[in-house]
Design a protein around this ligand. Structure first.
Ligand code: RIB
Ligand code: CA
Length: 324
């Protein structure tokens, strides 16, 4: 167990693969506010919004946090097989709810996101962790292009799936695995060291109106962004799921890279349904070892939500003060 000082002196080097997206934006901000982490780059993927919109959002979020030094790479704009599915009803037409960020002065890198993932991982064996918080298209293609990233990546933290929990996109399937189930299947069975953060734990992590009011005590463009973005997200959760607040799936996933003790885990064999019927994209675990197949991931199935929310709020308060 490394000490907090050791973690800061030797930050975990991560690439965030993201479809920003309101909760993605919160995860990116949490990463930038956490000295335990060094963000090597953002690779953008279709999902909550289009690749183009998500790329604009990623650049603008980095500018908001005065972190334009972090490079942004465009990935894929379509799933491997399935038709495109975006989520304007959840994240708004811009992908950032009611928030309006000015167009960033910085531009994305010329290199494709899947090639950046390969290059960074292969040139830093055992050093790079991926935090995948969107559909897994970029990661799946990177594995097919260069299979050796499987044994050279340090680990991959995935926000996705619903194990015992109901789906949030179909009754059975979570958005990221439903949008590109074929990509999820490639990644789940790749042999990469996977830590999965499914809806089973993220649905306990609700950002409340009171939490946002606390952030607004700090007068900052960053707290105003969080309020404007999450206000849309909260309206969605109220209208569609009668939830008072909003589920911040992606920041929980990000937090586990440096504070794994927030959750409890089980080593499980997990698969994703490709049968194309009503359970397409559904993820399920072999709890009784009926398939005799070895576990292919660590799955977070227990969580201490207020420990996580306190961490998130404290780090947002600190970041807001630093960029005001
Ligand atoms: O199902 C929730 C996940 O899908 C989150 O990552 C959200 O941002 C969307 O990508
Ligand atoms: Ca996401």
């Amino acid at each position: 167990m490394t000490s907090p000082l050791q973690e800061i002196m030797n930050p975990k080097r991560i690439i965030i693969d993201t479809d920003p997206g309101i909760d993605d934006a919160c995860a990116i901000l949490l990463a930038l506010a956490s000295p335990e982490i060094q963000v090597e780059g953002l690779t953008v993927v279709h999902g909550n919004c289009s690749l183009e919109q998500g790329t604009r959002n990623a650049l603008a979020i980095l500018e908001l946090a005065k972190s334009e030094h972090v490079p942004v790479y465009k990935g894929f704009d379509l799933p491997l097989v399935q038709p495109s599915l975006l989520a304007p009803e959840t994240h708004g037409n811009t992908g950032l709810g009611y928030a309006t960020l000015s167009e960033s002065q910085t531009k994305p890198q010329a290199q494709h996101g899947s090639d950046f993932l390969i290059e960074k991982i292969m040139s830093n064996p055992g050093e790079i962790s991926i935090v995948a918080i969107g559909p897994l298209t970029n990661i799946a293609v990177a594995i097919r292009k260069e299979p050796r990233i499987v044994e050279n990546v340090k680990e991959i933290f995935i926000m996705g799936g619903a194990i015992r929990h109901e789906g949030n996109t179909t009754p059975l399937a979570e958005f990221n695995t439903y949008v590109d189930p074929h990509a999820a299947h490639i990644v789940f069975h790749s042999g990469m060291p996977i830590i999965l953060t499914p809806l089973d734990v993220t649905y306990d992590c609700i950002l409340t109106h009171q939490d946002v009011e606390r952030l607004l005590r700090i007068d900052s463009p960053l707290t105003k962004f969080i309020e404007d973005a999450t206000r849309f997200y909260m309206e969605f959760h109220d209208e569609y799921q009668k939830i008072d607040g909003c589920i911040i799936n992606d920041p929980l996933t990000l937090a586990l890279t440096f504070m794994p003790e927030i959750c409890d885990y089980q080593e499980l064999y997990v698969d994703v349904d490709l049968s194309g019927g009503v359970s397409m994209g559904n993820t399920f675990a072999d709890f009784y070892r009926l398939t005799k197949k070895p576990a292919n991931m660590k799955v977070a199935l227990g969580v201490r939500p207020r420990d996580f929310m306190e961490l998130f709020l404290e780090r947002m308060e600190k970041l807001a003060k630093s960029v005001s």
